[in-house]
Design a protein around this ligand. Structure first.
Ligand code: BES
Ligand code: ZN
Ligand code: ZN
Length: 486
């Protein structure tokens, strides 16, 4: 998509459609007479996400104006603009619009707003139709050019627009990987995606195969992998800044279970097809590393992807098995469906062995987080308030919603077992927190964030702002965290 940032004269932009925001209670004065009948009839109120497509309005060069209801001005956040721009872009691409413009006026013209609008339009172009053979694919209608009008074109807004584009493209890359079916996206195929991304963006990438992982002692990951005919892997992607600011080395770790049957503790068949999404954390890391390679933040970032297929094959691990993790700690497998925390345990230990100073993991980890937070907010767990502050502000500025959840030591009690150092499940009560505290066991004192994206990584039904399927979350926060590092 072509991208252009222009000054405040949005009425003079020649385009197929111009998106204008209309806040509730503050009707746009310049359209007062043209829109009077709509406003009187209650057709245009400015309610959030209300969309009105108008043709050839006086005084405007745009062929159409899309009046986008923005809701109450004091409730309008970066995430609101992202959603509004996404709805608008999906509506316009459906109408065959090729050149679109959006006016970001004073008050919502910050770098975060500009980034969010651009990212939204790029993400709105994505459709999950890669494997449809029909020529009339859903994604064939695309916006080719976006013009963003702002009160004043500055270097920082130019950079923000470009960052929005880079992050939007990274998000779509990650969604393309996540939507692949599990017969094609095996752990090795996921590793190949990471390698291809790294090669295309000048990053180094190493894939540890099963033999190497056995030598290293990654017993927790290998225990999960052994139930599948497809071998598991650990992928390490490196970004090194030209002039590093300090000794920080941030690890971004993503759960890469290419399919989660539950293993011997097998899941019910209904809805099991969704468990191809259990590698969305890994795909977000691949996307984030691409964006980081292009945006070049000043800290070193290491992407780490433990990847396996959780299958109940004849060699599968059993409930009752005890495995020795890379850390040396023994784990009693009480439920083979709690596999994500097992592969993350070894990934986290490995990240620390590599010298990473800060750890962030993203994982579709628990059904319990979906019960607690639903599908709009990801659950955030930490052992470090300062890193939490950085993470939450990165989330806010990227428009991804996150909610801080407890990972207190009290939950450790639930994981006690007489036969090993720790058990891999802690019962139904507080299930998302006991999962987080299981991971924390391997983290030690290193500052760490765990994001449970089980409820947010996948949209079960298409929404006006997004196609059904992977959402790319938490790519925006990953990238902002690295970019804004203090
Ligand atoms: N990948 C799942 C998480 C999940 C489950 C996401 C259901 C969405 C819906 C994870 O590996 C898992 O199976 N977790 C179990 C843990 C339990 C056995 C302690 C869960 O949440 O049911
Ligand atoms: Zn599972
Ligand atoms: Zn899983």
């Amino acid at each position: 998509m072509k991208l252009k940032l222009v000054g405040p004269d949005h009425a003079g932009i020649e385009c197929d459609a111009l998106i204008l925001l209309e806040f509730e209670g503050t009707p746009r004065p310049e359209l007062a007479s043209a829109l009077a009948p709509f406003r009187e009839s209650g057709e245009i109120t400015g309610k959030f996400i209300e969309m009105t497509l108008l043709h050839s309005l006086p005084g405007h060069k745009a062929r159409r104006i899309l009046l986008a209801g923005a809701g109450k001005q004091d409730k309008f956040e970066v995430s609101s603009l992202w959603k509004l721009a996404a709805v608008a872009a999906r509506l316009l691409k459906g109408k065959g619009v090729k050149v679109a413009a959006i006016a970001l006026e004073a008050g919502f013209d910050s770098p975060d707003h500009v980034s969010a609008a651009v990212k939204a339009v790029i993400e709105a172009g994505w459709e999950p139709d890669q494997l449809k053979t029909n020529a009339d694919k859903d994604g064939s209608r695309q916006i080719d050019e976006l013009i963003v009008s702002v009160p004043a074109v500055t270097k920082s807004l130019e950079a923000a627009a470009q960052a929005g584009e880079i992050i939007g493209e990274a998000s779509n890359l990650s969604r393309n990987i996540s939507v692949e079916p599990p017969n094609k996206l095996t752990p090795m195929a996921l590793a190949a995606h990471a390698q291809a991304m790294a090669k295309a963006n000048g990053l180094s990438c190493e894939v540890l195969d099963q033999d190497r992982m056995r030598q290293l002692g990654m017993g927790a990951l290998l225990g999960v992998a052994q139930g599948s005919a497809e071998p598991g892997a650990m992928v390490i992607i490196e970004y090194k800044p030209a002039k590093p600011a300090g000794d920080v080395r941030l690890a971004l770790i993503g759960k890469g279970v290419t399919f989660d049957t539950g293993g011997i503790s097998i899941k019910p068949s209904e809805g099991m097809e969704k468990m191809k999404y259990d590698m969305c954390g890994a795909a977000a890391v691949i996307g984030a590393m691409q964006a980081i390679a292009r945006l070049k933040p000043s800290i070193a970032v290491t992407g780490i992807i433990p990847t396996v297929e959780n299958m109940p094959g004849s060699k599968a691990q059993r409930p009752g098995d005890i495995v020795t993790s890379l850390s040396g700690k023994t784990i009693e497998i009480l439920n083979t469906d709690a596999e994500g925390r097992l592969i993350l345990a070894d990934a986290i230990t490995y990240a620390k062995q590599l010298g990473c100073t800060h750890l962030v993991d993203a994982a579709t980890l628990t059904g319990a987080i979906v019960v607690a937070l639903g599908n709009n907010q990801s659950g955030v767990f930490t052992n470090n308030d300062e890193l939490l502050g950085q993470w939450m502000s990165a989330a806010k500025s990227s428009g991804e919603k996150m909610w801080h959840m407890p990972a207190d030591d009290e939950f450790r009690e639930l994981l006690k077992t007489v036969y090993a150092d720790i058990g891999n499940v802690g019962g139904r009560a507080g299930g998302a927190s006991s999962a987080a505290v299981f991971i924390k066991e391997f983290v030690g004192d290193t500052p760490w964030i765990h994001v449970d994206i089980a409820g947010t990584a996948w949209l079960d039904d298409a929404k006006p702002y997004m196609a059904k399927g992977p959402t790319g979350i938490p790519i925006g926060t990953f990238v902002k965290l690295a970019q804004n590092w203090k």
